[in-house]
Write a protein that binds this ligand. Structure first.
Ligand code: PXG
Length: 479
């Protein structure tokens, strides 16, 4: 049988129509749950238990709202997974993807080749990022971004002839992704336990978690300084000639929205400069307006050498990650021959086109600006007013449109619940039943809504959070 490509091309059109129909086919919640349980392994889940209870099936979304397969309308206090910064249903992003898929759905950026979307995106990122960030490397996720960070860090020191600089210092309860490198960099003990092989030469210092870990009468500023100085102690223990980089999230996201006091980051930067160690800011959650600044390191007032980006880069509409290189790092990488790292989809044209549309929306609709001057301060004040002197709220952390609420047995004495994780789960279940998405990390309740949220919607989130936290206190018999 002869096989001609034009015949294949003509045979194809019938299929998309059929598959589009299949994609639109609606099933009952019970059918979705049965099929999901039969065939889908979820991330970070106890599948046996999930399959017995059944997943929530989300079928559509608009603005800051989601709808499930039983037509419940749910307010999304987590922007998907810390990522849907421009909110759901933005036609500008869908149009950008559609146009790009028709024009050039894929081409690679290897072998002396490039394409307009990745060029436009890189130029736009250089314009939006702080002054010394003018070069960007692309990948598909935050985890791959941090794998890329390690590759760049090691290549950088190789170009400087400092081959002994191999150690990377990170933090306990930091989160940097779930590839082997991301999981090793992160400081989540429960992940390390399931990773018998880790990336070598990665060590951790303690986190700047004042409420949970400060002892004695230290002020938050004194405690944060002491935690930053652990970096210096660790560098001296390993030897500065052996340390390549320090990595941290400007504020820890998945670890509980831990906001260090103002003394922390300047001290970390001072130590990194003193011992000639690269400073990496993982901006996967903090980037693209979350704190009211374009990047969270600007909120904390320090200057990293590398920044990891993902999530808000495309508002989660399609996967994309990136690493931004400070000029001094970029220069070393550019001027020293091959950098042997890349992914099929590095700079994917559809993802890049969506990222450009997304960043223009964040900039031109003044979304980031509004978080800084209007909705962010309103959200922070509303939370603090609502939960002032609440019997089980020990601390509210955050800035802009991100917040962590510490559940505590005795807020004034900074006494946490002995069974904190269970208390968080009780509260999360009340949120679930109240049609609010609020994340529980152990005994901290987290909010990070889409950045387009308005004040009425903020009021709704805070009222629903109050209901859930009150109900939790009541169930615990605390009033
Ligand atoms: N760095 C940071 C700071 C993150 O928050 C990653 C890297 C990894 O990104 P990818 O795209 O590879 O997932 C993240 C991801 C949670 C949760 O439960 C948080 C993340 C991912 C999944 C769940 O809060 N953050």
């Amino acid at each position: 049988m002869s096989y001609r490509t034009d015949e294949v091309a003509y045979v194809q059109p019938a299929q998309p129509a059929a598959s589009a129909q299949a994609a639109q086919q609606k099933r009952s919640t019970a059918e979705y749950r049965a099929l999901d349980a039969a065939h889908h392994i979820h991330p970070f889940s106890d599948m046996g238990s999930l399959n017995r209870s059944g997943s929530r099936v989300i079928v559509k979304a608009q603005g800051v709202y989601l709808w499930d397969s039983d037509d419940n309308k749910i307010i999304d206090g987590m922007a998907g997974l810390w990522c849907v910064n421009v909110g759901y249903g933005r036609k500008e992003l869908a149009d950008a993807a559609y146009r790009q898929m028709q024009e050039l759905p894929f081409y690679n950026t290897f072998f002396k080749t490039t394409h307009p979307p990745v060029i436009e995106l890189s130029a736009l990122l250089a314009e939006l990022a702080p002054e010394p960030f003018n070069h960007f490397f692309y990948c598909n996720s935050g985890s791959e971004g941090n794998d890329t960070v390690l590759r760049i860090v090691h290549q950088y020191w190789a170009t400087q002839g400092k081959h002994s600089k191999k150690f990377v210092i990170s933090r306990k309860n930091g989160y940097h992704g779930s590839t082997i490198a991301g999981g090793t960099l992160g400081g989540m003990g429960y992940m390390h336990e399931q990773m018998p092989s880790k990336v070598e030469n990665i060590v951790h210092i303690d986190q700047p978690y004042f409420f949970g870990e400060a002892e004695g009468n230290l002020t938050p500023e004194e405690f944060a300084l002491a935690r930053a100085q652990q970096l210096e102690a660790k560098i001296l223990e390993i030897g500065a000639d052996n340390v390549a980089a320090f990595i941290g999230e400007p504020f820890q996201g998945a670890g509980g929205v831990i906001f260090p006091a103002s003394t922390y980051w300047p001290e970390i930067q001072r130590i990194c400069r003193k011992y000639d160690i690269l400073l990496v800011a993982d901006e996967v959650i903090g980037g693209f307006g979350r704190t009211g600044e374009w990047f969270a390191h600007q909120h904390f007032g320090f200057e990293p050498d590398l920044i990891t980006l993902a999530k808000g880069l495309t508002s989660g509409y399609v996967p994309m990650g990136a690493v931004g290189l400070h000029d001094r790092v970029a220069k070393a990488i550019i001027e020293n021959g091959d950098f042997n790292h890349g992914l099929t989809y590095s700079g994917h044209p559809v993802a890049a086109a969506v990222a450009v549309a997304n960043l223009k929306l964040l900039r031109d609709d003044k979304i980031v600006e509004r978080v800084k001057t209007d909705t962010g301060p309103y959200f922070q004040k509303k939370l603090r007013d609502t939960f002032a002197n609440h019997p089980i709220i020990g601390e509210i952390s955050g800035a802009g449109l991100v917040a962590g609420l510490q559940l505590a047995e005795d807020p004034k004495a900074r006494k946490r619940f002995a069974n904190g994780g269970e208390v968080g789960t009780i509260c999360r279940d009340f949120c679930f039943n109240g049609n609010l998405i609020m994340r529980a990390t152990g005994d901290r309740m987290l909010l990070s809504p889409p950045l387009v949220i308005n004040k009425l919607e903020i009021d709704e989130i805070v009222a629903k959070a109050k209901y859930a936290i009150d109900a939790t206190a009541q169930q615990l018999g605390i009033s």
